[in-house]
Design a protein around this ligand. Structure first.
Ligand code: PLP
Length: 374
């Protein structure tokens, strides 16, 4: 094909950029994107297969736009997982929490609006902002990666953001935001948003609990605060603890006016009948999947202890990964591990590396390889 010389009008702010993504390499031990290392059991596979077969019989029709059955099932799951009662109408789902977040910024961000977060944190937030033409402001965390509430207050004051996104547990640090800090932030954001019709609005506070299920004993979920805070959104996903990264199912819980706003911008029929059927089938097996989380937590704590015993630093983690370091040349450590068949992630501040918690066998291979290197 000969291409005629012409220039396509790609947005100027996208020109020359590379698409985001961690390397997908086919190596024996993949500990780089915080997946659940356990494949679905045969019982889960069979249930998904028959549910999808049923859904296939009606694929000539558009799926249910509002997916009430799935929302009810997610509500029952959250009740079992966090002990919080959430009306299915206060739950919304999309193709991964990536899409949920994008929808939030489509409805609450956009030109002339600002979204704030505090680094180091999940690098995708910046992309949701860019894609929705929302101004991106990134404050800094303290040297120990905790959130400086004075800095948060200053940033809210200076920027009047429509949205504040905070991951808890945070990625890549694994650290959870203490409850009293969450409460203080929810108090300071009641009137820190943009002025609309002469009225100072709230800042929408999005707590990204993608790793919420891995939190340690005694660390509560932000879901508990939903009742008192009409400007709070708690985002969750089936990609991590639930072991369904390939399904692409993320969801959020929030007050009705927030859900209503999201419904204005969602594409009609965004959640396919196949996705809905698969998610419903997987959720029927929640007890089995939640049992894995308990063992992954134990593995995680042991991995932190082991890294420290090697004379390294490792952060306490409420997630299924550990940030460890510090290395003069972290790229060398990454490459030497890869040479031994172990893929981890170069992410976060200079000198640090992130490793996901795998099966006991995978973790052992990571330990063996790292011992050889350091
Ligand atoms: C992995 C991850 C997600 C999950 O994204 P999905 O689109 O649901 O797979 C969300 N937030 C953070 C911080 C993550 O690390």
């Amino acid at each position: 094909m000969t291409t005629p010389k012409l220039r396509i009008p790609v947005r100027e702010d996208l020109a020359g950029l590379e698409p985001y993504g961690a390397p997908q390499l086919d190596v024996p031990v993949r500990l780089n994107v915080n997946e659940n290392p356990y494949a679905p059991s045969q019982a889960v596979i069979d249930d998904i297969a028959s549910s999808v077969a049923q859904a296939a019989a009606t694929l000539n029709r558009y799926p249910d736009r509002d997916f009430p059955a799935l929302r009810a099932s997610l509500s029952a799951y959250l009740k079992a997982e966090s002990g919080v009662d959430i009306d299915p109408k206060n739950i919304w789902a999309a193709n991964g929490s990536n899409e949920v977040m994008t929808q939030i910024l489509q409805a609450f961000g956009g030109p002339g609006r600002t979204v704030v977060s505090f680094a180091p944190t999940y690098s995708m937030y910046h992309e949701y902002a860019r894609d929705t033409n929302t101004r991106w402001v990134q404050g800094a965390r303290r040297d120990d990666f905790s959130l400086d509430l004075d800095e948060v207050a200053r940033t809210l004051d200076a920027e009047s953001p429509a949205v504040l996104i905070l991951a808890s547990p945070n990625n890549p640090t694994g650290t959870a935001l203490p409850v009293d800090a969450q409460r203080q932030i929810l108090a300071m954001t009641r009137q820190s948003g943009p002025v609309i019709d002469g009225v100072k609005t709230a800042t929408l506070v999005v707590i990204d609990e993608a790793y919420g299920e891995f939190r340690r004993e005694g660390v509560p979920s932000a879901l508990e605060m939903l009742g008192d805070h009409p400007h709070l959104v708690v985002s969750r996903t089936m990609s991590k603890a639930f072991g369904m990264a390939g399904l692409r199912l993320g969801y959020m819980a929030a007050a009705r006016p927030i859900i209503d706003a999201i419904m204005l911008v969602r594409l009609p029929y965004h959640l396919s009948a196949v996705s809905q059927a698969t998610a419903l089938a997987a959720l029927r097996h929640r007890e089995e999947l939640m049992a894995q989380v308990a063992s992954l937590r134990v593995e995680r704590d042991q991995l932190v202890d082991w890294l420290r015993a090697q004379g390294l630093q490792a952060l306490d983690s409420d997630a299924n990964f550990v940030l460890f370091g510090q290395f003069e040349d972290r790229d060398r450590i990454f490459r030497d591990l890869l040479d031994r068949g172990v893929l981890i992630r170069v992410v976060g501040p200079q000198g640090w590396l992130r490793v996901s918690v795998g099966t006991p066998e995978e973790t052992q291979m990571f330990k063996n390889a790292l011992k050889e290197i350091i």
